[in-house]
Design a protein. Structure first.
Lengths: 744, 153
């Protein structure tokens, strides 16, 4: 057993016990807002007792567990409460899960992003469950007049062996809720887990398959109006003027007006990226009315001047962003990246004497890779519900970083945070896009202007052409081999528009005596944001493609070649800042080698391998490929992953499968190009997404079994699959892939 | 604006809307049947799939004036208690990730099985190819369609 007292959970207990001051707390909000299945309704207790911020226990032993983080398909709404239930020691079928609202006092890190929910929530969730269990034991001990240490629990029941007394949690819920929160509690031994490590079904699945309202798009409220926006058609343009006289007379239209999303003097934080500072809002009674009226608004646009903007990046010091004027073109981007790659760049890491290594090399391999801008294309377009009055603001919808957006909204409305209530709906996909919730602010400003509740909806076109993309990237890799084919020098120079993808301390840094990593950027007025496994989603693909080609040049088996480098990093690491654990890295490679029945050798038959470390987890793939009439058909992906303890194995497998399919789709088809600042794709007729016929026929996921605290899973599968596919394509076609999207 | 009598999920409804209004928005905005989803509006993603006289149809391109006396079934009307074989298979396989595309997937799959109770892998792939899932649940969708087919026979 481990004992824990974490500052993170303390806050939620202070809040929890304050709420529970009177012992009984009936949450009317909750009952009103929660749509229950008939079985749930029958099982409902007469009274609920809030034991702490994470959970309440009913008089009949039912337990409600709050899921603190936004749910966007990573399954946290099931797996986070499973962790609480484990330590509380209740049966999972006695648990009702509820989405928590944004509450910075009760919960911390209510984020969806960086594959961090389970990793960062782990201790707090366990402590929440364990502490409630401890309070129930205390309550029973007092009632039965026996030492608390003699009270055991199992499946939601308290027992005292000596006296033979036993009672369900429901009987002591009221008393427990009045007890002080324990200073520290004992956590279960990992080997005693009963719920964690078992596959439990998605708690929202029934609602999803029966079409019940769950998503922000589904919000319907009394008196609610519909709103859409018109944003500039091109990056580099801004609103000049508009004439809505015709649109305003159209059926169902209430108003058309300009919205200024952020004030000029507002100092933006990391997730306050907002592409178009001024947009035109069209408000009416139904979506179709508004869609029609949008076409009737005559808007003129004008180019904007170059400007600079102060930014406070997440966890970093303030910086200045320079936004150039002009209408950008993808062809020019390519050319300027090529030119930039020839110039000097910022050295991010240097080990040994790389120049000398290259001078003395027997063989040198140099390759350049590129990737385009990508749009997130969440299936649920951006949207948000807002009801803003002079006194308060109620916001409801899908977003990834509610806590940070709340700050921006409070500033913009000039309203204290206490008067703002942000509620989270299920996200129809996020992948990073919904971290930048400028549309929440737009919805709030529109609601305030029309003095009514409003649901703001982006059309697919508004969404896809609205910016906040994955950057376009460029990387040149060089490697030096000695005459015995040992890797003696490695050089990566990576950059992008407008962001550099470089991770200087990732593999093979640490495994090569002479190493140089350089970085550069080119400014742009095309806005970017996090995209599933930011930067790694490029670096993994190109690094692992390059290593494959390098292994071939060295005449070595690609897995053995990587393992040899990892061996060096383990036994005699170069430098101290290497951000990966070579042992865990090697384990996933060895596991995938075994499970895929890999046959050693420099030439592989129609299969490719790749491995990567990011978001605290290790993933390795072997991809088997066929080409049918010029179309690549992925037959099978075998995958090994080390993400520590797996909370909900089947759901984890689902997420891993999704990351693989998504990666293959983006590698083959993902691309957004620009002409005179205009995005060249606006909808799914031209922006190609992977479909069922193109998905792998089979995916096999193997989790490394260990007792390490859980780490990320939403992202780590995604980056390395690009290279597994590129390397398999090479084995099939004899052609290396240097530019995404891949072509045969 | 005009009045339309519609037969949806076995009930008749009257709506007063512009004749060019797509059924998607009639369902979502006027009848509060929000299970049918908007994804693209141009018949490319399948999120808005309903049954029109039993045939899978993209409701974003089906105007209200085209419906006439045809029967429309939405995800809410696919079964009384969420126990259509396809819905049951979806739960059994635990298909959804974000879940946004899944109503459309289920409507396409259930129309396929109605016409072809025992589809081959290829027939499933072809029928489902109009439905995008950005989360990448295709492998599970295929598995669930097969499971539903088996449980039907
Ligand atoms: S919304 Fe109808 S097919 Fe996409
Ligand atoms: S489950 Fe998310 S789009 Fe299909």
């Amino acid at each position: 057993m481990t004992t824990t007292s974490s500052a993170l959970s303390r806050r939620s207990f202070i809040k929890g016990s304050a709420l529970a001051g009177g012992g009984l707390l009936l949450s009317f909000n909750w009952l009103a807002s929660c749509k229950l299945t008939p079985e749930e309704a029958r099982a409902l207790p007469k009274e609920w007792f809030q034991v702490n911020g994470f959970l309440k226990i009913g008089d009949n032993g039912m337990v409600t567990i709050m899921s603190p983080n936004p749910e966007g398909g990573q399954n946290v709404k099931t797996s986070m409460p499973m962790i609480v239930a484990e330590e509380l020691d209740v049966d999972w079928d006695k648990v009702i899960v509820e989405q928590a609202p944004l509450d910075t006092e009760a919960f911390s890190f209510q984020f969806l992003g960086g594959s961090q929910a389970i990793r960062r929530g782990w201790n707090g969730l366990r402590t929440a469950g364990a502490s409630a269990r401890q309070m129930l034991r205390e309550a029973a001990a007092q009632a039965w007049n026996v030492p608390v240490g003699e009270i055991e629990t199992s499946s939601g029941t308290l027992h005292h062996k000596g006296s033979g007394k036993s009672a369900g949690y429901g009987e002591f819920a009221s008393a427990a809720a009045q007890l002080p929160v324990p200073e520290s509690v004992a956590l279960k031994d990992i080997t005693d887990f009963k719920i964690i490590g078992t596959s439990q079904k998605n708690v929202d699945a029934k609602k999803i398959v029966t079409g019940q309202p769950l998503f922000g798009m589904d919000t319907q409220e009394e008196g609610m109006l519909l709103a859409m926006i018109i944003h500039p058609p091109a990056f580099g343009m801004k609103l000049k003027s508009f004439d809505a006289s015709k649109a305003k007379t159209m059926p169902g239209i209430r108003d058309v007006f300009k919205v200024k999303v952020l004030e000029d003097d507002y100092v933006r934080q990391h997730f306050d990226t907002c592409t178009f500072l001024e947009v035109v809002a069209v408000v009416g009674e139904s979506t179709w009315d508004v869609m029609n009226a949008k076409k009737a608004v005559e808007v003129s646009w004008e180019p904007f001047e170059a400007y600079s903007e102060e930014r406070v990046p997440y966890g970093g010091p303030a910086m200045t962003l320079n936004i150039p004027a002009g209408l950008e073109n993808s062809e020019d981007h390519r050319q300027s990246m090529e030119e930039m790659a020839m110039k000097g760049a910022t050295v991010a890491r240097r080990d040994g004497d790389p120049e000398a290594a290259f001078r003395g090399a027997d063989k040198v391999l140099e390759r350049t890779y590129t990737a385009p801008f990508l749009a997130h294309n969440c299936m649920e377009p951006m949207n948000f519900y807002a009801h803003v009055t002079n006194e308060s603001a109620l916001l409801k919808g899908p977003l990834q970083k509610p806590e940070l957006t709340e700050h921006a909204l409070s500033e913009r409305l000039g309203m204290p945070i206490e008067n703002i209530d942000i509620q989270m709906t299920r996200l129809g996909g996020g992948y990073g896009r919904r971290s930048y919730a400028h549309w929440l602010i737009e919805a709030a400003l529109i609601s305030r202007e029309v003095n009514a509740p409003v649901k703001l909806v982006y059309s697919r076109e508004d969404d896809m052409t609205g910016g906040i993309y994955r950057s376009t990237y460029h990387a040149t890799y060089r490697a030096a081999l000695d005459k015995d084919n040992n890797l003696i020098g490695f050089h990566v120079k990576a950059g992008g528009i407008p962001e550099s993808p470089l991770y200087a301390n990732r593999f093979p840094a640490g495994a090569v005596e002479n190493y140089l990593a350089e970085s550069w950027t080119i400014n742009s007025n095309i806005t970017i944001g996090s995209f599933r496994a930011p930067r790694s989603n490029f670096m993994a693909g190109v690094e692992q493609s390059f290593l494959d080609e390098l292994a071939e040049l060295a005449g070595k088996d690609p897995i053995a070649f990587r393992l040899e480098l990892l061996e060096r990093a383990k036994n005699d690491p170069v430098g101290e800042r290497n951000d990966y654990d070579p042992e865990r890295y090697a384990v996933v490679l060895e596991l995938v080698r075994e499970k895929s029945q890999w046959k050693d050798g420099p030439s592989q038959d129609k299969r490719g391998v790749s491995a990567y470390f990011c978001h605290n987890s290790y993933a390795a793939h072997v991809l088997d490929l066929a080409v049918d009439n010029g179309r690549p058909m992925v037959q099978k992906v075998t995958c090994a992953i080390d993400c520590g303890i797996v909370v909900n194995p089947d759901a984890a497998q689902n997420l891993a499968e999704g990351g693989i399919v998504d990666g293959i789709g983006n590698a083959l088809y993902g691309e957004l190009t620009f002409k005179d600042g205009v995005p060249m794709k606006k909808n799914f007729d031209t922006y190609r997404m992977i479909r069922m016929t193109e998905a792998p026929k089979q995916i096999e996921i193997h989790f490394v079994e260990n007792q390490i605290d859980p780490t990320g899973l939403g992202e780590p599968m995604f980056p390395p699959i690009f290279a597994a596919l590129a390397n398999a394509l090479y084995q099939q076609t004899g052609k290396r892939q240097y530019d995404q999207p891949f072509t045969i | 604006m005009a009045n339309f009598n519609l037969n949806i999920n076995g009930k008749s409804h009257t709506v007063d809307v512009d004749p060019s209004t797509p059924m998607l928005w009639v369902l979502r905005d006027h009848l509060n049947l929000v299970g049918t989803k908007y994804g693209c509006g141009i018949a490319q993603c399948g999120a808005c799939t309903v049954h029109l006289d039993g045939t899978a149809t993209r409701s974003c391109m089906l105007t209200v004036s085209m419906v006439g006396n045809s029967e429309i079934t939405t995800i809410e009307g696919l079964s009384e208690n969420g126990d259509h074989p396809v819905q049951k298979a979806w739960l059994e396989v635990d298909v959804p990730q974000c879940g946004y595309c899944q109503a459309g997937q289920i409507m396409t799959a259930s129309a396929l099985l109605q016409k072809n109770p025992n589809p081959s892998d290829e027939e499933i792939e072809m029928a489902m190819n109009g439905n995008i899932c950005r989360c990448g649940t295709y492998i599970r969708i295929k598995k669930a369609v097969k499971l539903a087919a088996e449980s039907n026979t």
